[in-house]
Design a protein around this ligand. Structure first.
Ligand code: 3SL
Length: 243
């Protein structure tokens, strides 16, 4: 399995040919997606564009849909939920389709939406995604972070490094890291893995969330490594189901 990592959607070369992509947005989109599916959401349909989201969601029965998303970390006016992973409890999301748009995470998903197999990953479902990859043994895996408005985010690299470290440490693995971005991410993971929450809080996006208000529960949830075993998987373009 050849593993590469790109920090943001714009870094993925046009001729990237991986058949499998793993999209990461630890703070907080892919953590929220994993929690929502774990709590019984029917699916999470993702959009980079808000007009598209409004059009598609209006065809869905209102009692079976929720609009979820943020811009700049703040809930979008008229939406049901922001992007907090602790808000998508089973009481709120069970049986519902979530129509989701976020500043960065849903853009990364759009970038790889034509890839044959797309998973989303956060720290909370790192082991589950790694085990799925080990089972399926794809030839190439493109790991894509989300960053912040086109620039690097440390927390996504931390999770990319956590995934690669798990894969490389698995018995009999045949994984090969093929770019320096992923080598750096593995080094970052090795330096920070004993204080994940502290690391998330120090990042620029962590600081941004702190400035917006108390996000203690979100930081705690986002840093709980391997706490759930959901593998959000794209089964229709832009729509993630649990596997
Ligand atoms: O950018 C994103 O996709 C979001 O995850 C950012 S936030 O943590 O919800 O502000």
């Amino acid at each position: 399995m050849k593993l590469s990592y790109f920090h943001v959607a714009g870094d993925v070369p046009d001729d990237a040919h991986s058949q499998t992509a793993v999209v990461i947005d630890v703070l907080r989109a892919t953590t929220t997606i994993a929690c929502a599916l774990n709590n019984g959401a029917e699916a999470v349909q993702t959009f980079a564009d808000l007009t598209e989201l409004q059009n598609e969601s209006s065809d869905w029965k209102s009692s079976l849909r929720l609009l979820l998303g943020e811009r700049g970390g703040k809930m979008i006016d008229g939406f049901d939920l922001g992007n907090s992973p602790v808000a998508v409890t089973s009481d709120v999301v069970k049986g519902k389709r979530l129509f989701m748009s976020t500043t960065n995470g849903t853009r990364s998903l759009k970038r790889v939406s034509d890839t044959k197999v797309v998973y989303t990953m956060a720290l909370i479902n790192r082991r589950a995604v790694a085990e799925k990859l080990l089972l399926n043994q794809p030839e190439d895996v493109l790991i894509l972070g989300s960053g912040w408005e086109g620039s690097y985010s440390l927390e996504d690299s931390l999770a990319a490094g956590a995934l690669a470290a798990f894969l490389m440490e698995s018995p009999g693995n045949s994984c090969k890291v093929i770019n320096d971005e992923l080598l750096a991410a593995i080094a970052l993971w090795s330096a920070c893995k004993n204080d994940i929450e502290g690391c998330l809080r120090k990042t620029t996006h962590g600081q941004r969330l702190e400035r917006l208000g108390n996000h203690d529960d979100d930081f705690l949830c986002c840093s709980e490594l391997d706490s759930i075993s959901i593998v959000p998987t794209q089964r229709e373009k832009g729509v993630l189901f649990s596997l």
